[in-house]
Design a protein around this ligand. Structure first.
Ligand code: SF4
Length: 884
């Protein structure tokens, strides 16, 4: 039997078909037609996570569900009665299914009576929500995925979709092959996405509004504006254009301020002006900014001014990061929404109150994420329930968030695995995981799909909706939360969307409110509004003929003021944080899959060669990065595709995976004033060189923090039989290993374990191995920073194996001393490294990813590495021509 479900990693919302317990791409799902990216293809490897939470824990002790649920319900009631409803808060997640969201939102906003439920989607796309509401009157994405395939020009703004939305990117690439779609990427970094674009505009951080204001002026000056459409469907055109002219009077002024070539800016403007079918895609590079909402509206202005919206192959398109960020928006899971695309206007609050039969409906927005944790820090919030997310690592000023949780009298965390946040909780609740949960999710194109359980939850793990409903029932709302399963919750959610709607709210899935349980189970992917079960592939586009959900039916163009001062550098760098191809969020799943760690094994600080040289930093050496909120030591990658003045660090690594912990510790907690979305890409940092004294590699079967102290940088990656730790120290090695006890403790081996060693102090070479019954339990290699060093991939194969005397000698000799280390893995599906690909390109004169695939298989499964294959082809072609 095949179970149809969806991938839990990103907003593309790919369908997954599970047969005999093995997840594969679902060929019938209209988001992906069978394709999965490297993360989706590795879902099978995350089904048996070794450290699942199995039992509720209360104050460090196991407890029964009855005990913890009664305790939470009693405490919530006591705190609400003593300090008021706003003293309780929920912080939930785009990992929630819509049904989880619905129950948590209803409990907080209708029954506890506060707006204090926010979600990690605040960090992802809340600026898009605010922009949509300002322009359209409601948070609505007007287009669908087919538009990318039917466009003649696709503009990607602040979106590395080759890595972050890979399957959708592949759909775009496939259609480009057929119709010659032009692609322009606007991004400070030359990402894998930008590398394959026809034009890359590496603009200075924060200049997006200016760039699109300039575009609006150009559209007006070249006759590309659709006056008839504006007159019929838009308000605010003249004001928006006046404001744009003031800030962007000429292409040259825009180019100077954005640090771009004027000819490139003009090329972008001309192409946009003369191409009718144009889609503008945007995601975190736009949203995660102090001016995120204005950036969104600057893009929307250009589409509204040209009437390029809601028709085939055209429109603005916000890509959501998390798999069910969109479902959370539908439910009202953001603190500034109430429910079902209604806000806190009196009439809306009254309507929702009557529908829910709620005793005390929230009448004002609650705290948005950054403010919510600040309220916990200063004592206004006295109880917080964090579900399916890890704010101790992912929030800006993560150290301050940890401090807040340390002060909050009651911290409840529900999750499937331990995280840096569960470590701070008074109560930890074991949550059912992806393969064990039933419900629905909505992807970036408003398509609702079923997520279906195909495994039983381990131990006492339970779905999130069940936990929230149980607490509600124990607080006295038995009837209102008497759900027997997700189908009943979904029906209620669908009915609320249609309740007294009368066409005022586009979000209306009332047609699904009468599904019986069997029909809910069999629900095929369907787009809203007005979905009909089984409708499938060609969901509606919106607003082609206006009809915006505003009081007068017209969209709003916004006047957006910016100053066009010239771009300049100073000693501080601008820290940009973002995602990598094979990792998800804070690595709680993907960080446990060995082959997903082979693409990028540790956290790296990327710098432009000029910035590195100015600081005396070499490629592969260590550097300290420091902001007013914290500092970290990271290994540096010198990257000519970076902009001068920018630094990039991936957001994934946590205290569980590296000594540098979450980079969000350093990130400022400045937010967009309208959306409350944090500016995760604009923190000013100092970067200085750190003189490395030694480098080491530790392989051991035991996990955990290796307790290396504050003068050692380490990062951890799982290998087949244990864990590999890359280490570097900047004080003498003797300080770290000053006794056999210290050595054994690093190796995590007992007194009974046999220790063998080799040392050559003159060359700073030290090697140790711990063997139990001749099996390798752990080994450790130290060398001078630039010396030849055993490769983790080679040494890891020995872990857990019985070693004969020759193998022992080989181990202590540094394993085939001098053997070339394996290179970064480019194709995670078939473990094909960069060195092998480059060699094949040169020796076999390969010229396309297809030819590489035919020789090495790289890129022939999920296709996530195809942009990198193209990059390697280009780099090697450039080298050929230089040689020639
Ligand atoms: S693109 Fe990849 S991560 Fe995103 S939903 Fe599809 S398979 Fe999952």
């Amino acid at each position: 039997m095949t179970v149809h479900t969806t991938c839990p990693y990103c907003g593309v919302g790919c369908g997954v078909a599970v047969t005999d317990g093995i997840p594969r791409g679902d060929p019938t799902h209209p988001a992906n037609f069978g394709r999965l990216c490297s993360k989706g293809a590795a879902l099978k490897d995350t089904l048996e996570l070794p450290d699942r939470l199995m039992k509720p824990m209360m104050h460090g002790r196991e407890a029964s569900w009855d005990q913890v649920l009664d305790f939470i319900a009693n405490e919530f009631a006591r705190i609400r009665d003593t300090h008021g409803p706003d003293s309780i808060a929920f912080y939930v997640s785009g990992q929630f299914l819509t049904e989880d969201y619905y129950v948590a939102n209803k409990l907080m906003k209708g029954f506890i009576g506060s707006g204090n439920i926010d979600t990690n989607s605040r960090l992802c796309m809340s600026s898009s929500v605010a922009g949509h509401v300002r322009a359209f009157g409601e948070d609505v994405v007007p287009g669908c995925y087919e538009d990318l395939e039917e466009a003649d020009l696709v503009v990607q703004v602040g979106s590395n979709m080759a890595w972050c939305h890979p399957v959708l990117y592949q759909r775009l690439m496939a259609s480009r092959e057929k119709r010659g779609t032009k692609i322009i990427t606007i991004d400070p970094r030359r990402t894998a996405t930008a590398a394959t674009a026809d034009l890359h505009l590496p603009l200075a951080a924060g200049r997006d509004v200016l760039l699109f204001n300039g575009l609006l002026v150009h559209l007006a000056d070249t006759g590309a504006i659709d006056r008839g459409w504006i007159d019929a469907h838009v308000l605010g055109f003249e004001d928006a254009l006046d404001a744009a002219r003031r800030s962007a009077p000429s292409v040259e002024r825009v180019a100077a301020a954005a640090d771009l070539a004027a000819s490139d800016v003009l090329r972008f403007y001309d192409l946009f002006a003369r191409t009718e079918r144009v889609v503008t895609l945007y995601s975190q590079g736009v949203n995660q900014s102090v001016s995120g909402t204005d950036k969104v509206n600057a893009i929307l202005n250009c589409h509204l001014a040209t009437g390029r919206i809601g028709r085939s192959g055209m429109g603005p398109f916000s890509l959501t990061g998390q798999p069910n960020a969109m479902g959370g928006r539908e439910v009202g899971g953001l603190a500034n929404q109430l429910a079902a695309h209604m806000a806190f206007a009196l009439a809306d609050a009254d309507r929702v109150r009557r529908f829910w039969n709620a005793p005390r409906i929230a009448t004002k927005p609650g705290h948005k994420a950054v403010d919510l944790f600040e309220a916990a820090a200063d004592g206004r919030v006295k109880a917080i329930w964090i579900a399916a997310t890890n704010p101790a690592d992912s929030m800006p000023r993560a150290g301050r968030v940890r401090e807040a949780l340390g002060k909050c009298p009651l911290v409840i965390v529900s999750d499937a695995c331990p995280t840096d946040t569960t470590a701070l909780a008074h109560i930890v609740l074991p949550a059912a995981g992806w393969a064990e949960k039933d419900g629905t999710v909505t992807n970036s194109e408003r398509r609702i799909s079923r997520q279906c359980a195909f495994r039983a939850a381990p131990g006492d793990a339970r779905p999130d909706w069940w936990m929230f409903a149980q607490v509600a029932r124990r607080m006295g709302w038995e009837n209102e939360f008497s759900y027997g399963g997700p189908a009943g919750i979904f029906r209620e959610h669908a009915a609320l969307s249609a309740f007294e709607n009368n066409g005022q709210r586009v979000f209306d899935i009332g047609a699904l409110a009468d599904l019986d349980d069997a029909a809910y189970d069999a629900l095929a992917p369907v787009q809203w509004p007005s979905p009909k079960p089984g409708r499938g592939l060609t969901g509606p586009r919106l607003f082609a003929r206006g009809g915006f959900p505003t009081p007068d039916g017209r969209a709003r163009m916004l006047p957006l003021a910016v100053t066009a001062e010239s771009w300049q550098t100073n000693d501080l760098l601008t820290l940009n944080t973002g995602r990598l191809r094979d990792q998800w969020h804070t690595m709680t799943r993907t960080g446990r899959v060995p082959h997903l760690m082979t693409h990028t094994a540790g956290p790296r600080l990327a710098l432009h060669p000029r910035d590195a040289a100015r600081r005396g930093i070499e490629d592969g050496s260590l550097a300290r990065i420091k902001s007013p909120h914290g500092s970290a030591v990271l290994r540096v990658t010198i990257d000519a595709t970076m902009r001068v003045g920018d630094a990039f660090v991936p957001m994934h690594w946590t205290d569980q995976f590296s000594s540098s912990g979450p980079i969000d510790r350093l990130v400022h907690a400045v937010t967009d004033p309208l959306s409350g979305q944090p500016d995760l890409k604009g923190t000013k940092v100092q970067v200085t060189a750190v003189a490395e004294a030694w480098r080491g590699l530790l392989l051991r079967r035991a996990a955990g923090d290796p307790a290396l102290g504050p003068t050692v940088h380490w990062s951890k990656a799982p290998v087949a039989a244990g864990f590999a730790y890359e280490m570097s120290g900047w004080t003498p090695l003797a300080e770290l290993i000053d006794s056999e006890h210290a050595l054994r403790s690093l190796l995590q081996v007992s007194e009974a374990t046999e220790l063998v060693s080799y040392s050559d102090p003159k060359r700073s070479v030290f090697r140790y191995a711990g063997l139990a019954d001749c099996r390798l339990e752990a080994c450790m290699f130290f060398a001078a920073p630039r010396a030849t060093f055993p490769d983790a991939g080679q040494a890891a194969d020995w872990l857990g194996q019985a070693l004969d005397p020759i193998a022992r000698l080989s181990l202590l000799a540094g394993i085939e001393a001098g053997a070339a280390p394996s290179s970064n893995i480019v194709c995670a599906c078939f473990s094909v490294g960069e060195a092998a690909i480059c060699s094949a390109i040169r020796t076999k004169k390969l010229t396309s990813p297809a030819e590489i695939g035919a020789v090495l298989r790289a890129g022939t499964n999920c296709g996530s590495c195809i942009p990198e294959l193209k990059k390697l082809l280009m780099a090697n072609a450039a080298e050929f021509s230089e040689v020639a």
